[in-house]
Ligand binder design. Structure first.
Ligand code: NAP
Length: 180
């Protein structure tokens, strides 16, 4: 078992993106994402973030790879090149397996799946997906990619008070996988 977490911001219809981008601009939520995915108990370690090739492509070049994290990009395209230090994987199982590699294992603290829709859909089905960090946006946005249903398999454990930013109200929530 290789336990991992998943982090996503979703609107009231579970929308998560539009035209390859986020449909909203919420700097405090981006900070929340950065804080959670960078946070380590052991300063000698980093977290391993797994993303799809389209999510990688949605990050402006100057901001990628995401700093202070080991970036892993999923792609079936063998000819795509990534900057030094970025880990590529041809499927999700390979991405998880790479975290156990002798060169990486002792340098990784936690694993986060960070999107997008195609990767979330697959990751959430894995029993190793133990915890969800969700930012629930109260409005509905115009989206073309969606987060899969999750309430049957996960239960709410933490819910923050509401925040409002750029006229958008949202709250942070944590869910854990229901025991079988
Ligand atoms: N709201 C949020 O928190 C959040 C977070 C992240 C992303 N997003 C949004 O989500 C959207 C992107 O999501 P998306 O579903 O279109 O794309 P995606 O999941 O980011 O990337 C899809 C690509 O990843 C690769 N891939 C996916 N599964 C794979 C597998 N099992 N094995 C190998 N490669 C695999 C493939 O790349 P190749 O085609 O190269 O083979 C595939 O085309 C954007 O709008 C983005 O802004 C939102």
């Amino acid at each position: 078992m290789i336990p991992f977490n998943l982090i996503v911001a979703l609107d009231s219809h579970k929308g998560i993106g539009k035209n390859g981008q986020l449909p909203w601009h919420l700097p405090a939520d981006l900070k929340h994402f950065k804080d959670l995915t960078c946070q380590v108990q052991d300063p000698a370690k980093k977290n391993f973030v797994i993303m799809g090739r389209k999510t990688w492509g949605s990050i402006p070049e100057k901001f990628r790879p995401l700093p202070k994290r080991i970036n892993c990009v999923l792609t079936r395209n063998k000819s795509l090149l990534f900057p030094a230090g970025v880990v590529r994987a041809e499927n999700f199982a390979e991405a998880l397996k790479l975290t156990q590699d002798s060169k990486l294992k002792n340098h990784i603290e936690s694993i986060f799946v960070i999107g997008g829709a195609e990767v979330f859909k697959m990751a959430i089905q894995s029993p190793d997906c133990q915890k969800l960090y969700l930012t629930h946006l109260l409005p509905a946005f115009d989206c073309d990619v969606f987060f899969p249903p999750f309430l049957q398999d996960f239960q709410l454990t933490v819910k923050s008070p509401p925040h409002t930013e750029n006229k958008v109200s949202y709250y942070f929530a944590e869910y854990v996988r229901r025991s079988a």
